[in-house]
Design a protein around this ligand. Structure first.
Ligand SMILES: C[S@@+](CC[C@H](N)C(=O)[O-])C[C@H]1O[C@@H](n2cnc3c(N)ncnc32)[C@H](O)[C@@H]1O
Length: 312
């Protein structure tokens, strides 16, 4: 069985944390460091006052280079052609879209997010730093509701870290899936990741230690009647300060069965689930996804729902 894991914590294909750390509770053995020839100024320890929540989120939750490679590989496998135009819905700071552009001179990306300040952060910290002027021409960031964007048409649409869970009614989520269908080129692929398992329904906080901070994923409240779930991300620092509620998610927990039905109703073909395998030695997912018809009774799981727009 797997240990409890939350979503917002790690990208679906990123290496998983296998241990939970609390400052002061688990001491890592200090590694002897070689002495530098000229002393470099040490980076100041992070505190709640100096830390940037987007920076920490990217470090703790996302793995954009490996995610971009992962989805490009699956796209090639499904269609026999390279993934050229990627739309990243709920793109936040658009770091994954940037990495898609970086992968090939013919790659283009569209990032869609409602929240202007987050997109602006992404422009300053990701787009300008990661991409040359020419590469920036191949990235389009739209400050829009994902329900309203149908152009430019994409080869693949990704909605990751369960962001579509903001849609709390079947009608809303159906409208989103239908809109993705319309926004894809013939033969295009929609990928939505999903999470579940009994651990997800428990009130619990998972802690993962990173360099300079602890990442906390809190499952705060789950309502079995509406399937609504509230989760939050906090960051804790060595000086005892905390960024509480750095991100709060007010979601509905959708099941794989519901997602598959909505894909089929929207017109997608070959609708199926990529299920992550288990690392039996360490517990947790092993990062290897396979197409499966039946899942496992894991305590917590992550998977990806896939559908192909006919044609192409
Ligand atoms: C959890 S973040 C996702 C960040 C990143 N894509 C990831 O995988 O970690 C969710 C983002 O969705 C955006 N968002 C929420 N509802 C939206 C909507 N209807 N249309 C576009 N963006 C939306 C929020 O502004 C937020 O930046």
């Amino acid at each position: 069985m797997r240990p409890t894991r939350g979503p917002g914590w790690q990208s679906a294909v990123a290496p998983r944390p296998t241990q939970r750390y609390h400052f002061g509770m688990v001491a890592r053995p200090a590694k002897p460091k070689p002495k530098p020839s000229s002393p470099r100024p040490r980076a100041k320890p992070l505190t709640a006052r100096t830390a940037d929540r987007h920076e920490l989120y990217q470090r703790a939750v996302q793995a954009p280079a490996s995610d971009a490679a992962f989805y490009a590989r699956w796209f090639q496998k499904y269609t026999g052609r390279p993934l050229r135009v990627l739309r990243e819905d709920f793109c936040g700071t658009a770091v994954l879209a940037c990495h898609h552009v970086l992968r090939h001179a013919d790659n283009r990306a569209i990032g869609v997010d409602l929240h202007w300040p987050t997109l602006a952060w992404g422009r300053i910290h990701n787009v300008r730093k990661l991409l040359s002027a020419e590469q920036q021409q191949r990235l389009l960031l739209l400050q829009k509701n994902v329900l309203d964007v149908r152009a430019p048409k994409a080869d693949a649409i990704l909605a990751l870290n369960f962001s579509y869970s903001v849609f709390k009614t079947r009608a809303e989520l159906a409208a989103y899936v239908r809109n993705c269908f319309r926004a894809l080129r013939p033969g295009g692929i929609l990928f939505l990741d999903a999470w579940g398992g009994p651990d997800v329904l428990r009130q619990v906080t998972d802690r993962t230690r990173h360099r300079g901070f602890v990442y906390e994923w809190e499952q705060r409240r789950y309502d079995p009647i509406s399937h609504e779930i509230t989760c939050a991300i906090h960051f804790a620092f060595p000086d005892g300060t905390r960024l509480r509620d750095a991100f709060v998610y007010d979601w509905r927990l959708w099941t794989l069965a519901e997602l598959r039905e909505l894909f089929v109703e929207a017109g997608f073909a070959d609708v199926h689930v990529l299920w992550e395998g288990t690392d039996h030695q360490k517990g947790g997912g092993n990062g290897v996804f396979r197409r499966k018809e039946k899942g496992d009774m894991d305590d917590a799981w992550i998977s990806i729902v896939v559908g192909r727009k006919p044609g192409g």
